[in-house]
Design a binder for this molecule. Structure first.
Ligand SMILES: [Zn+2]
Length: 393
């Protein structure tokens, strides 16, 4: 008699089952702040995978349907530090009426909705990985899910997350378009700047001599402002100009708003100050005024290649025969907010493409590799900590 020896939960990740699970999750219509249907699905699915869970009350801060979901699986060895996996439950647009089309190994929508691979593919992969872990009966430490709401409009759910409910300190977020194997180690600091320029309103035919155009003051400030790529770490943009009432009125007020992103907090602050100062000088020169308001969006993160999270991710990728590779991003994600709140995590690639559009797609290979990598991460995390605890320090 021969018995098949299986040493890894990765072998229990099933392509068909994961694909079905992804399509089932993608079809659940739950755009930002309306995540209740996906929460309802998880309320049923998580206990079957050995999780207890609770919701926080983040949604009360922005009129959402449901809070962030924090779920806990004790594992077989609670002495191992817990490892979290995070993703967002919302999609950027509705997925109602989603009709998936699979062509040459790539999953698309029929072009009338988004696919929702961002980020239901990660959610499906996490669930499939836990099912594989359960079936394989491999030993593992505690696994926590941090499933946020209202991420798409600007990381809102994670900002209001009740961090006292989270027990892990380290984890991963699959939410990037790189192929599976991508490990994003660095993300930017980001702030918005609001410049309310004040001149003096007047009618061109009645009292034009009293007029002082806020639009012209703002224009002068803007033409002197350094924008775009400031250096290899810093981007700046002005994206909003609002003001004026009528074509016959010299505008008394205009609001100019922009955003700066930089890997360096010092450079971020310098660029914001440059923008504020340039507009201040334009206002001063033209007998106007400007009120500046700076609004922090999120903080940057920078994870060392020597971090056990990174070492674990490299080994786990090699274990499933995908090539690990490091990148950085000037995009923002929940990763920024979680790191700022003491939860160390890199963003990982899962290979979705054309997100936030009706051309969104993901290859079955990347979907399945996300499930396999999740299982491999849980295994490798256990191995790395078991090895350490048996070594004398
Ligand atoms: Zn996403």
């Amino acid at each position: 008699m021969t018995t098949k020896h299986t040493s890894s939960a990765v072998e229990f990740v099933k392509e068909d089952r994961l694909q079905d699970l992804f399509l089932e999750l993608a079809k659940i219509n739950a755009p930002s702040t309306k995540e209740q249907p996906v929460a309802d699905y998880l309320i049923k699915a998580l206990p079957e995978l050995g999780f207890t869970f609770e919701f926080d009350e983040a949604h009360k801060s922005f009129d959402g349907e449901v809070g962030n979901l924090i779920a806990w699986n004790e594992g077989t060895d609670p002495s191992i530090p817990p490892l979290f996996f995070s993703t967002h439950m919302d999609t950027v647009l509705p997925t109602e009426g989603l009709k998936p089309v699979i062509k040459e190994g790539i999953i698309h929508s029929d072009g009338t909705t988004i696919l929702g691979a961002d980020d239901r593919a990660a959610l499906a992969a996490y669930l499939e990985a836990m099912l594989a872990i359960k079936e394989s009966k491999i030993p593992h430490g505690p696994v926590e899910f941090i499933l946020t709401v209202n991420e798409q409009p600007g990381l809102v759910g994670s900002r209001y997350l009740d961090y006292t409910k989270v027990r892990s300190k380290a984890g991963y977020i699959f939410d990037s378009s790189g192929e599976v194997g991508q490990i994003i180690l660095k993300g930017p600091f980001s702030s918005r700047i609001w410049m309310e320029v004040e001149g003096n309103a007047a009618h061109i035919a009645l009292n034009a001599e009293e007029g002082n155009s806020a639009v012209l003051i703002a224009a002068e400030g803007l033409t002197k402002m350094k924008l775009g790529t400031i250096d290899d770490e810093t981007l700046a943009n002005v994206g909003i100009i609002k003001g004026g009432e009528m074509t016959s009125i010299i505008p008394g007020n205009v609001t100019v708003a922009g955003e700066v992103r930089s890997y360096s907090k010092t450079k971020l602050d310098l660029q914001l100050e440059h923008m504020a100062e340039t507009m201040r000088q334009a206002a001063e020169k033209n007998a106007g005024k400007v009120k500046i308001r700076i609004e922090k969006k999120y903080s940057g993160f920078n994870i060392s290649k020597d971090d056990i999270l990174v070492k674990t991710a490299e080994s786990a990728a090699n274990n499933i025969r995908v090539k690990p590779y490091f990148t950085e991003t000037l995009g923002g994600a929940d990763t920024n907010v979680l790191n700022e709140n003491g939860l160390s995590c890199p963003t990982l690639g899962l290979g979705f493409q054309n997100i936030h559009s009706f051309r969104e797609c993901i290859s079955i290979e990347n979907l399945v590799n996300t499930g396999r990598l999740t299982a491999a991460l849980i295994e490798q995390w256990y191995v790395n900590h078991k090895d350490n605890s048996s070594k004398p320090f």
